[in-house]
Design a binder for this molecule. Sequence first.
Ligand code: SF4
Length: 447
Amino acid sequence: MALTAMEVYKNLPKTNCKDCGLPTCMAFAMQVAAKQKALTDCPHLSDEAKEKFAESSAPPMKLIHIGPEGEKGVELGQETVMFRHEEKFYKPPALAVKIPSSLSDEDAAARLNQINDAVFTRVGDEVAVRMAAVEIDGLSADAAAARVKALSENSRVPFVIMGQDPEAMAAAAGAVAAHKPLIYKATEENAEAFVKIAVENKCPRAVGAETLEKLADLTNMAKEQGAEDLILAFDGRKTVRTIRDITMARRAALNKNFRPLGFPAMVDVSLDASTKETVLAGTFVAKYAGIIIINGVDGAELLPIMTAIQNIYTDPQVPNTVEAKLYEVGEVNENSPVLFTTNFSLTYFCVEAEVERSKVPSYISVADTEGLGVLNAYAGDKLSAEDVVKTLAEQKVAEKVNHHKLIIPGLLPSFRAEIEDTSEWKEVLIGPENATGIPTFLAENWK
Ligand code: SF4
């Protein structure tokens, strides 16, 4: 049964020592009740309290760490809800691009370089391929160890080591144990040997089985033998069945507190058909995968998947905003155009990208509309002509240019007359309704 914050608090030392990383024991108790912290994260908990709450206070989905500590590592798990709108999803899935064992050492190194370079900026955030899935099937134990060791020396990302042969896996995992790779994947056939490899190398392990019942048996067996850092592995190419299984596993863990399935999930959707691979990967971004193995490393394939991750893993209760201020795009001067928009980050970055594309250095005055786009801000009474005038005055925009022309979004034509009547901006131009029209608009209207 779920614990309340007060039940947890009563059993804490109440010293507010901050050793758990939170400012007070009450803040810690609230996080435990919200399943975001385990009771054992308080290092001063009495043995009596530990025993009393051991099972009921643990998050229903275990936190799993792969790779080095810090930014280079990948953390998964500790999700708390089935649906994003209930709260939010916490740990964005990591894309793991496959490095097939059939590649020569030279080609494998070249593919790793592509993975290292797969870093993009989208709406102000850095998005990247976060793992490499190094396949060792078909390699001897020595060759497998040499392959992962050589690649690890030049890698920006942690590894999934993909193989079925216990001897080759033991050699490969041992060669890079310090980098804490994920061992993929233990099945009914190799379970005993893979548990031993995971325990000896202190590595997390992916576990796969034909049915959820067998999967639960495997995780129970691993737990008894001390290999508790697990990922549930599914074949994403069996799409319908995997969506069903992955959803049932998550529901059992989160809603029924069923510990044997309380681990993050991963899928392999690697296919030669890039479009289908992208669609499948996007599907499992929405349906609970923590790691997604793919073949594609081209931006055209990666960006749609990364866009889906960004969209689904934002907090729906917190608007995405940029700072409300005057931005300069390019080498502006006193003749540069002034565009006006709102501080919804997607709106701002679309406008900024199109101004850059136009190659016309410009000012962009951004108003605080609490993260609402232009039309929503207008409809929700967060933006009026008066607000536009006030924003421009606060940002001292008129001092930056020697003209009185202002370009407002095409969705706000009714603002023109009032702005011209009540401010120094005597020539208000109605810009395009969509940011993609900005380059043409500037080419035609800003000589
Ligand atoms: Fe309280 Fe324990 Fe956190 Fe210290 S470490 S503030 S005692 S919960």
